[in-house]
Design a protein around this ligand. Structure first.
Ligand code: 9MG
Length: 275
């Protein structure tokens, strides 16, 4: 049975894992910055754990399309106190960052997983993670969050995304990261038009085998679901997100990154009992 080596934890992948999102970002696209202080982030994290989250993903810089970048020290200042406060929860903690300096600070604060939308491309990132015990999620994106949705272009989106994931997997392995520490992610909504996201979603079946590592999928409340359901407000996309999460786990996703943990956990339990 496959396992994910994840810092302090060995996580069985015999059932899909639910990663709950904790944004410590004043401009977060779906929660409007309600959890922008340490105390509020901790309350949010505890709620997600009670709702059944297997992993908490803590992010200090918004990655939504058009979001502004913040300096390294500001991001560290936002996330490290939250990571320190959450250590005692005894739940795997993930840091959502693409910056080497933030990874270093988060690893020093005891983080168990590095969730990098830039697949450890920042200078020094591969080495920092290799020297730790943390798991890592390597995600595909085209362009940068500031302008990535302006004109995404692919000749064959599935082939190009999978080739990139294989290239970054091999870079991680070459740096000394054990394959049991790896998750790969096609990166829904990151430099992808609606039709690219649909083609990628329909290709999830068998993708983990093709790219050689378990998949993390994040579609929670994203624009592609708003387009399908005609819901312009992210918070109104909960049912759509649960439906998409179920389809993703049915197609073999190992980890689902979600805002709505309780709803997703219940749906996965029903799927497992009745499938
Ligand atoms: C930070 N973040 C936002 N969306 C994401 C997604 O789809 N995957 C991963 N790994 N991280 C994401």
């Amino acid at each position: 049975m496959s396992e994910l080596l994840c810092g302090r934890f060995r996580l069985s992948l015999a059932r899909p894992l639910v990663m709950g999102i904790v944004n410590v970002t004043p401009d977060s696209f779906s929660d409007g910055g309600r959890y922008d202080s340490v105390a509020k982030a901790v309350v949010q994290a505890e709620r997600l754990v009670n709702d059944g989250a297997d992993i908490l993903d803590i992010g200090g810089e918004s990655t939504r399309p058009g979001a502004a970048r913040i300096p390294d020290d500001e991001e560290i200042h936002r996330v490290v106190p939250v990571l320190q406060a959450l250590q005692s929860l005894n739940v795997p903690l993930s840091i959502d960052t693409c910056k080497t300096a933030v990874m270093r600070a988060a690893l020093d604060a005891g983080v168990d997983l590095v969730n990098d939308i830039a697949a450890l491309e920042d200078e020094g990132a591969l080495g920092i993670v290799a020297r730790s015990q943390a798991a890592v999620c390597l995600m595909h994106k085209q362009g940068e969050p500031q302008g990535m949705q302006a004109a995404p272009h692919y000749n064959d989106v599935v082939a190009e995304v999978e080739a990139y994931l294989i290239e970054r997997r091999d870079a991680a392995l070459a740096a000394g990261i054990d394959r049991h520490r790896l998750l790969l992610d096609p990166g829904f909504g990151f430099g992808k038009a609606f039709e690219h996201n649909v083609a990628l979603f329909k290709a999830l079946n068998g993708q983990a085998e093709r790219v050689g590592a378990p998949l993390l999928v994040g579609v929670s409340r994203k624009t592609m679901l708003g387009t399908i359901t005609n819901r312009g407000v992210p918070a109104e996309r909960v049912s759509a997100s649960v439906a998409a999460a179920l389809l993703a786990v049915q197609a073999g996703a190992a980890v689902i990154r979600v805002h709505d943990v309780r709803e997703t956990v219940d749906a996965i339990k029903v799927w497992q009992a009745l499938k």
